[in-house]
Design a protein around this ligand. Structure first.
Ligand SMILES: Cc1cc2nc3c(=O)[nH]c(=O)nc-3n(C[C@H](O)[C@H](O)[C@H](O)COP(=O)(O)OP(=O)(O)OC[C@H]3O[C@@H](n4cnc5c(N)ncnc54)[C@H](O)[C@@H]3O)c2cc1C
Length: 479
């Protein structure tokens, strides 16, 4: 847990690097080790591929390249794999694991996630429905999202979203959809509807939760493409992610890496990549070098510019990577008493959404409170303040403990998930997906499918990168 602006010890890269990390326990996957990652004692100095970044995208790419018979080294800057998948014990409850990053999936709508879970025989379970909802829209507490006389306005807004999302075709790259005109701010998108306060508050609460910043500054493009992913349904965009992985998401990561033969190096934050005629030389903090024929860079886009590329990346990439995306969502885990079972809240207060995390069976429950740094001056140590925010929706609530991971302050992320500035989405995606000599980028932030920003997007992007790298390796040269 860390106040804004300070990184927690858990997110600081360790100087005492683990070299040749081999066991699941060491991978920060918080489960009993089931096996040993092979090739840990390899003396290999030249790999076919170096993958930088051990989130879902990097791990999947490394696993797939090993499946194709290539030697792979995976360099991860932190002391754990998973990146924005991050389960760890809740503060003060060592036996209660909580997701501080990605949590929910939908196996019937997300084919890549479904196929990964099927491959490893990992089950999902559906969330139970909420036992009590509260809303705070248009300046008033209410038990329904908007007052009855605004239901028609809500319908108009949802239709507007649906119609625009239908210009994206799931399965096609969003950059091929001819939708540049939809790359405008959320404010601009809704302006022609002249929405009344409560309706706008409800819609904007969802934008803040998923976008992590001021709707006036965020492009609506990514929201529309994601609505397309959810069957062109604005409701499902919010409501369809109701499954969680039995045993937690680390079960999937563990299954991917154990026995895969990937050389995994934790606490190896990459600071430089040099491209030469025969391959790349990757330098990590501390000065060590790794050599490979090809390189996949699967780190969040806000931190790519901290890697020194020689020769430099093409000028368009440098320009676009020079400015951070603003998304700084907050997902707090809050242990609370005196709430309805599995509560749900939405609205324009400190937390823009509250939903159920885990029922503890002792009359308390861990709920997730979502907002953005832009909307709350956040200090998770201030339990009294968090209680005030929860009470805006549930007046009897008693907050016991608050815990969270600050992705905005974590130097390996510097934000949550990429939502573009208006006008930048298409150029950003096209530019970042252009391979450079021996370097391919990957990760959910640059995924060109409608699932960008989700775990499904991380899987989708890694597939594309693996195909490009495989083609390069087969040709024995890079384009
Ligand atoms: C709070 C939150 C809630 C979310 N909820 C959901 C959800 O419910 N469902 C869903 O589908 N998605 C959700 N997501 C999104 C999902 O977690 C991400 O889409 C996905 O995990 C991203 O994977 P990735 O591999 O692209 O990137 P990351 O997971 O960010 O992996 C990048 C890795 O690169 C490492 N790195 C950075 N710099 C360097 C460097 N210089 N050298 C070496 N390593 C480096 C980082 O430490 C990190 O491990 C959520 C995200 C957040 C933040």
């Amino acid at each position: 847990m860390a106040p804004r602006g300070k990184s927690s010890p858990a997110c600081r890269p360790s100087v005492a690097a683990h070299h040749w990390v081999a066991r699941a326990g060491d991978l920060g996957l918080s489960r009993t080790p089931r096996g040993v990652i092979d090739s840990m004692s390899s003396s290999k100095t030249m790999y076919d591929v170096a993958v930088i970044g051990g989130g879902l995208s990097g791990v999947t790419a490394a696993r797939d390249l090993r499946d194709r018979g290539y030697s792979v080294v995976l360099l991860e800057g932190s002391q754990r794999l998973g990146g924005r998948i991050f389960a760890r014990p809740f503060a003060g409850l060592p036996d209660v694991s909580v997701d501080f990053g990605g949590t929910w999936v939908n196996t019937s709508m997300q084919p890549l996630m479904n196929s990964e879970l099927t491959r490893y025989g990992i089950a999902v379970r559906g969330d139970l429905p909420s036992g009590g909802a509260a809303f705070h829209t248009g300046g008033a507490w209410r038990s329904m999202p908007v007052p009855p006389d605004q239901l028609h306005d809500l319908e108009r807004a949802l239709m507007h979203l649906r119609t625009a999302s239908q210009r994206f075709t799931p399965g096609l790259k969003v950059t091929q959809a001819g939708v540049r005109d939809l790359d405008v701010s959320v404010d601009e998108f809704f302006a022609p509807l002249n929405l009344p306060d409560a309706t706008r508050d409800l819609l904007y609460s969802i934008v803040v939760v998923y976008g992590g910043w001021d709707p006036g500054k965020l492009s609506v493009f990514s929201f529309l493409s994601q609505i397309a992913a959810f069957g062109h349904s604005p409701y499902l965009f919010y409501g369809a992610l109701t499954e969680r992985i039995v045993g937690g998401l680390h079960t999937l990561l563990e299954a991917m890496v154990l026995g895969s033969g990937i050389d995994i190096r934790l606490s190896h934050r990459v600071v430089a990549v040099e491209r030469g005629p025969d391959g790349v030389t990757v330098r990590h903090e501390g000065g060590g070098l790794v050599e490979a024929r090809e390189c996949i860079v699967a780190v969040p886009t806000n931190v790519i510019r901290h890697i020194d590329f020689t020769p430099p990346l093409n000028p368009d990439k440098q320009r676009l990577l020079g400015r951070n995306h603003m998304s700084r969502a907050i997902k707090c885990a809050i242990r609370v008493r005196n709430l309805p079972p599995r509560p749900l809240a939405m609205g324009s207060r400190g937390f823009h959404m509250i939903c159920s995390g885990k029922e503890l069976g002792d009359g308390t429950e861990i709920v997730y409170g979502f907002s953005s740094e832009h909307h709350m001056d956040f200090d998770p140590r201030d339990v009294g303040r968090v209680q005030e925010w929860v009470r805006e929706y549930f007046p009897a609530a008693e907050v016991l403990t608050v815990d969270f991971h600050d992705y905005g302050a974590d130097p390996l992320f510097d934000g949550t998930y990429r939502i573009d500035w208006p006008g930048e989405a298409v150029d950003f995606l096209m530019t970042m997906n252009e391979p450079e000599d021996r370097i391919v980028f990957a990760g959910t932030d640059i995924d060109e499918s409608v699932w960008r920003t989700w775990m499904e997007g991380a899987l989708s992007s890694s597939r594309v990168a693996v195909d490009v790298v495989t083609a390069n390796l087969r040709q024995g040269r890079t384009p």
